[in-house]
Design a protein around this ligand. Sequence first.
Ligand code: EPZ
Length: 418
Amino acid sequence: MDKFIIEGGHTLTGDVHISGAKNAVLPIMAASLLWPDRYVLHNVPDLRDTHTMAHLLEIIGASISFEAGSMQIDTTACRNPEAPYELVKTMRASFYVLGPLLARFGKCRVSLPGGCNWGPRPVDLHLKAIESLGASISLDSGYILAEGRLRGATIDFDIRSVGATGNALMAAVLAEGETILTNAAEEPEITALAYFLQKMGAQIEGIGTSTLHVRGQKELHGTEDEIVADRIEAGTFLIAGALAGDGVRIAGVCEDHLTLVLHKLEATGTELRRRDGLIEVSRAAEIHPVDIVTTPYPGYPTDLQAQWIALMTQADGSCIVQDNIYRDRFAHVPELIRLGAQIRLEGNAVTVLGPTELIGAPVMSTDIRASASLVLAALAAQGTSEISRVYHLDRGYEAFEKKLAGLGAHIERVPASL
Ligand code: EPZ
């Protein structure tokens, strides 16, 4: 397993370009299963997760080519509506194939994803949604068997769920009649999925809101699309700039997707300048402590919670970071404490005492965003840190260490074999 060696204390400056969004390309790739045709995607990030999803589509029968950020998908030969456990257990987003496979083939067998490092990740909302559309669901040795002709329905989500909204939306576009989704997720990645489905010929109204109206179609067709910029990668680099930056210029950011994050950064005293579509970020002389509570979009994203804690270790005072989406998403806290952070965990919130001097040490990644948080803290630490199990980070960040080194960070990847 590869690791990173980071020598902290170096200022970041210069230009970095944000890649396409992992959480948009994964459902969009799944959507190509809905109709046998050819699809071309641009600005696709080269991530472990995009390769995992490509492998899953190939197991189902698609043929895929992927180079230089463009991906061609041909789903005309798909015959095997099944997503195996060996693959689904490595990436929860594999569950996105449930809706499209059921809509196209009338039945499918998809492994339950199981848990992750921060606890159970239920799929009850996904299953309730497709049952509302007329599917019959049964459990067969850890696999969901879904079968039935889909008919339009009203689906009221009890809580906001990105994945369940995506699965329900994809199933609904081929269901007979009209489907209304209420309390649907409004994340930009779901909006991107909805626009992609529209380009495939789906009839969807209310895109970008929490109420989606779908009129089922008998036919769809292939299309071409550009993947939206990754707001979580952009937020990660903004926080890196707030920690150690002097003129970090971030290109390719969709500012509208980060409104609250930008406001929170400004409240810390971080210097943000917008020009020519770039955001330039520099560390403040004094970083003010700012509380955050994660909530569904457009609230503060849970995927930037760990990174915010790293920043708050340098704030002049204490603050509270609360995660209302995943109450246990704090595996990064003990690792940050190894670097010298002073953090107290109580329930689904932490109190971060700052400023603390961070000292380089060996630490271990536990999930995608926890890994990013450890890298950010190591950049701000004195001395050398070693971050193990960076395969977690490779799932969701494209060429992360190269982008950081391009900004002046002293970061090196040590391949597992050495
Ligand atoms: C998506 O996961 C993202 N993944 C996650 O990003 C992100 O953290 C999450 O949304 C929240 O924004 C992808 O888009 C591939 P949810 P998802 O369904 O769809 C509960 C990353 O780092 N819930 O919106 O699985 C759930 O437990 C990843 O890129 C149910 O109770 O998240 C959570 O508390 C990590 N039942 C809340 O809803 C369900 O059936 C929101 O989860 C589904 C979810």
